[in-house]
Design a protein around this ligand. Structure first.
Ligand code: BJW
Ligand code: ZN
Length: 250
């Protein structure tokens, strides 16, 4: 893949690079996305599954969905897109991943600085007393998992619609946007806020804004460089390019 000269040049001089990721980067690992063809929302409105109203209305259905996704995610491996980001962190003084994904695949690929905006599917907690539960424990319970301490309902530690993002992760994400010299938006439809405001924030603060996606998104008209394609193909090419450009810096 041909890397445009604007990106080559920015990679050569960058002190800080931020990679903002969405479900698309995990698609090649076999994790279904939310909104593209075949995505999990196809038959269901998002709010019916990923909201407190949806959970209280039908906890059995919501837990079936999470149990299935927990099993899928436990079985999959990071792909060349995740691995390219882990390799890129050693080429720059600062390199941070800001992810909307809850699947832990960036850390498993070796990325050291990962800010999780929407939580992590490997954790669960009791809505009544706050006690934490492992996936192993909740998946062994039948039906809707209940707290062994207080019998409260257990939920996955993820961010549903209408809920605030974890403050520390959000602040770190804003910081990583504002200080980036190059900001990649990878595999996200860029429609869920406030996460989707980060790429625009980065560009306003002076970053070169680069989007990686097989399809254009609402963000595409505002980016400096659109690299059309799958993250697992595009990001290894970006890494190779960065490696060449940074040779004399290492
Ligand atoms: C590839 C690829 C390959 C495929 N390589 N790419 C009106 C306007 C603005 C905001 C709102 C509004 N009404 C309501 C809101 C707020 C709401 C919101 O944004 N709604 C919009 C949808 C309208 N946001 C919230 O509620 C957020 N909280 C909040 O605002 O708090 C303040 C508040 C408090 C109290 C009351 C009100 C407000 C919280 C949002 C939480 C989102 N949660 C989820 C579920 C997480 C848990 C779980 O996984 O179960 O997060 S929803 C889901 O969407 C998930 C994702 O992280 C998120 C983003 O999806 P993503 O990652 O972009 O995936 P897709 O599927 O959409 O896109 C995949 C992309 O990959 C596609 O573009 C493909 O082309 C591409 N692709 N293969 C590269 N190989
Ligand atoms: Zn409890």
């Amino acid at each position: 893949m041909e890397i445009p000269s604007a990106l080559r040049n920015a990679l050569k001089h960058a002190s800080m690079v931020t990679a903002f990721t969405g479900a698309g980067i995990s698609a090649e690992s076999g994790v279904p996305t939310f909104r593209s063809a075949g995505g999990v929302w196809k038959k269901m409105r998002p709010e019916e599954l990923a909201s407190m109203e949806g959970f209280l209305r039908n906890p059995v259905l919501v837990w079936e969905w999470y149990a299935e996704r927990k099993r899928i995610i436990a079985d999959v491996q990071p792909n060349p897109g995740h691995r390219a980001l882990a390799q890129m962190q050693d080429l720059f003084p600062r390199f941070e991943v800001v992810t909307q994904n809850i699947d832990n695949l960036h850390r498993r690929a070796g990325s050291r600085v990962v800010h999780e905006l929407h939580g992590n599917i490997e954790r669960n907690y009791c809505m009544a007393c706050g006690r934490n539960f492992s996936n192993e424990a909740v998946l062994a319970m039948e039906g809707v998992p209940l707290c062994i301490e207080c019998k409260g309902q257990i939920r996955p530690d993820v961010v549903w619609f209408g809920e605030s993002l974890p403050e520390d992760a959000w602040e770190a994400g804003v910081h990583a946007a504002e200080y980036a010299d190059v900001f990649f938006s990878i595999g996200t439809s860029a429609v869920v806020y406030p996460a989707a405001s980060l790429p625009v924030m980065a560009r306003r603060a002076g970053a070169l804004l680069v989007e990686v996606n097989p399809e254009p998104t609402p963000l595409t008209p505002d980016v400096d460089v659109f690299l059309q394609g799958a993250a697992g193909e595009v990001m290894p090419a970006v890494y190779e390019c960065a490696l060449r450009e940074r040779k004399d810096k290492r």
